[in-house]
Design a protein around this ligand. Structure first.
Ligand code: SAT
Ligand code: MN
Length: 600
């Protein structure tokens, strides 16, 4: 960590201001070097914050265990502080920005005593590219620094691109755990829950986070900047910042299709992003697994880039069966959080290929298969460089992005929603995205286990009014016109009455993608149903798949009554948007109601 130099006056002034507020023992500018990364991790091992994994099993990899109170995003402690409460909309928590700043300033006062304050210049998107955004995160967490090294492009080269007057988004983070002289540190210091705040001031593109060291609460380039702040910017500047994976599929004839797909957290985005097709001759390459920034290009088509540089993926359930490419991406140079530690110094989690007889669980206790607790936390994560993915697309860092052929929306629905359907047109597709719902997962700590409506899988990430957000999607459709991507809706998660999954998922999902590509190419017709176009008998390639015909029929079933209930649930949800609900959405709701009435 050589003394990083910049003559950027606003940046230097902001760093000074934070320093005098937070009173760290020292300030370190991160340079982004390997040396810095290794040194920070060696320190973490020395202080007991991290365990170095067995180098023969998993070279240059580390395990962190978080505090049991700090294991996921906290939606109830996440705030969108706009001047006018109405502008945050009903799906966000709002506090007046002046009031929130004054509360948080009191928390920040002296909060870095006894600690090092790191300044991390980072770029979301390739450095210097016209679509990249620069952020500077100030944090007192070395865990955040090393994770930012993997998840973003950091260090001196970012400062050079920023020059002496470039725009940057200030991102202030503290774990909220000052140390008195001589006080021993904890392995994962953080503040109590009522002191945690993940605050966004979209009108001034500013992020303040306090009290949590975990994931999206602390790695501020990810959900805070690349989604909440970016979605607000995208709304005013006419582009899209979405919770989407980006995937390139190539068919046996060599034609490429680019897919952007939105699913809520922990609903298989990383698995789909790294899919290994089971159908012969098809190839899939990963461009991103979580976030897409998309702009309309000079040719009138929408082009997407992945602003991140790594994967912060859910560990449990990841295996050679569910996601072999993720397993290979995490073979080395990976940071693990809240996974179990095996007796031979490797990591383990529920759903891995091999069973585990004994381990140290994510809380640091002995674990055996007879324990009544999980070995790995359900939201345990791996942080791995995207470049390590064997199927990373050679164009994944192309600043021009890739032209999107189709959008996919989806969620976890054990009933009601069939395996796949296609929107009649783009506006109908916006309706499908807006009315998406999903059974909740462990990715957020505090939202309960129920079905929740989650427009575009963006509910926790829209940095402004959700009604205006839906209107923005319709406007993008107007601008795209005939060049708008096709829109599909999928549900990999349908179950039968006994709870058994009806669809094998994972690599077999390529069969569904193949149908979509053939639709985009105009090769095949489809069946018109009240919810959209669906595959004709025989068009969905199930060659070589053993699936019972009654299961397949159930997967494809469109039952009017549950769909009517679902629609009325969606209408109730949309009612909260009041006059900010776009007219076009009302038109789509009416049309859907009429189609269901005609069918039933
Ligand atoms: O913790 S993160 O917000 O980065 C992961 C997620 O919820 O998708
Ligand atoms: Mn996500």
């Amino acid at each position: 960590m050589k003394d990083t130099k910049t003559d950027h006056k606003r940046l230097l002034a902001w760093v000074d201001e934070v320093k005098s507020l937070c009173l760290p023992d020292r300030v370190v500018w991160t340079d982004g070097s390997k040396d810095e990364y290794n040194r920070l991790l060696a320190d973490a091992v020395r202080t007991g914050a991290a365990t170095r994994l067995n180098a023969r099993k998993r070279p240059n990899s580390y395990l962190f265990r978080s505090d049991p109170s700090d294991v996921a995003r906290l939606e109830n402690r996440t705030f969108i502080a706009t001047r006018n409460e109405k502008d945050a909309g009903p799906t966000n928590n709002w506090i007046d920005p002046g009031e929130l700043k004054s509360t948080m300033r009191q928390l920040y006062a002296g909060c870095m005593r006894g600690r090092t304050m790191y300044v991390i210049p980072f770029s979301m998107g390739p450095i210097g590219s016209p679509i990249a955004k620069t952020g500077v995160e100030i944090t007192d967490s070395p865990y955040v620094v090393v994770n930012m090294h993997i998840m973003t492009r950091v260090g001196q080269k970012v400062l050079e691109a920023l020059g002496s007057d470039g725009e940057f988004i200030p991102c202030l983070h503290s774990i909220g755990a000052p140390l008195s002289p001589g006080e021993p540190d904890r392995p994962w210091p953080c503040a109590p829950i009522e002191q945690k705040y993940i605050a966004h001031f979209p009108e001034e593109s500013l992020i303040w986070s306090y009290g949590s060291g975990y994931g999206g609460n602390a790695l501020l380039g990810k959900k805070c900047l690349a989604l909440r702040i970016a979605s607000h910017l995208a709304h005013s500047e006419g582009w899209l910042a979405e919770h989407m994976l980006i995937l390139r599929l190539t068919n046996p004839q060599g034609r490429r299709f680019h897919i952007a797909a939105a699913f809520p957290s922990a609903c298989g985005k990383t698995n789909l992003a790294m899919l290994v097709p089971t159908i012969p001759g098809w190839k899939a390459e990963c461009i991103g697994d979580d976030i897409a920034w998309m702009r309309i290009g000079p040719d009138g088509r929408i082009r997407a880039i992945n602003p991140e540089a790594g994967f912060f993926g859910v560990a449990p359930g990841t295996s050679n069966k569910s996601n072999p490419m993720a397993m290979r991406s995490i073979e080395r140079n990976t940071i693990f959080t809240n996974c179990a530690l095996t007796d031979d110094g490797d990591i383990w989690w529920e759903g891995m290929d091999q069973a585990c007889e004994h381990a140290i669980d994510w809380r640091g206790n002995d674990w055996t298969p007879d324990s009544d607790r999980l070995a790995a936390h359900a939201n345990a994560r791996f942080t791995a460089p995207a470049s390590q993915c064997p199927v990373i697309c050679p164009d994944w860092e192309d600043p021009a992005g890739v032209a999107i052929d189709m959008f996919i929306f989806g969620g976890r629905r054990s009933t009601t929603i069939p395996l796949v359907h296609q929107a009649f047109n783009f506006d109908h597709g916006v309706f499908l995205g807006a009315s998406a719902a999903s059974e909740t997962t462990a990715a957020a700590l505090d939202v309960g286990r129920t079905l929740r409506r989650d427009p575009f899988a963006m509910t926790p990430f829209i940095g402004y009014h959700a009604g205006d957000y839906i209107a923005h999607w319709f406007r993008m459709g107007e601008r795209l016109g005939a060049k708008a991507p096709a829109v599909f809706f999928v549900n990999w998660y349908r179950r039968d009455r006994s709870g058994r999954w009806l669809w094998p998922g994972f690599g077999e999902n390529s069969r569904v993608l193949k149908w979509m590509c053939e639709r985009v190419e105009g090769k095949i017709d489809a069946v018109r149903t009240p919810i959209g176009w669906m595959p004709r008998n025989g068009d969905l390639d199930v060659n070589g798949l053993t699936i019972r015909s009654d299961d397949f029929a159930e997967l494809m079933r469109v039952s009017v009554e549950p769909l009517r209930k679902d629609l009325s649930d969606a209408e109730q949800y949309f009612a909260q948007f009041g006059d900010r609900l776009p007219d076009k959405l009302r038109v789509e709701l009416d049309a859907m109601r009429q189609r269901l009435a005609a069918a039933g």
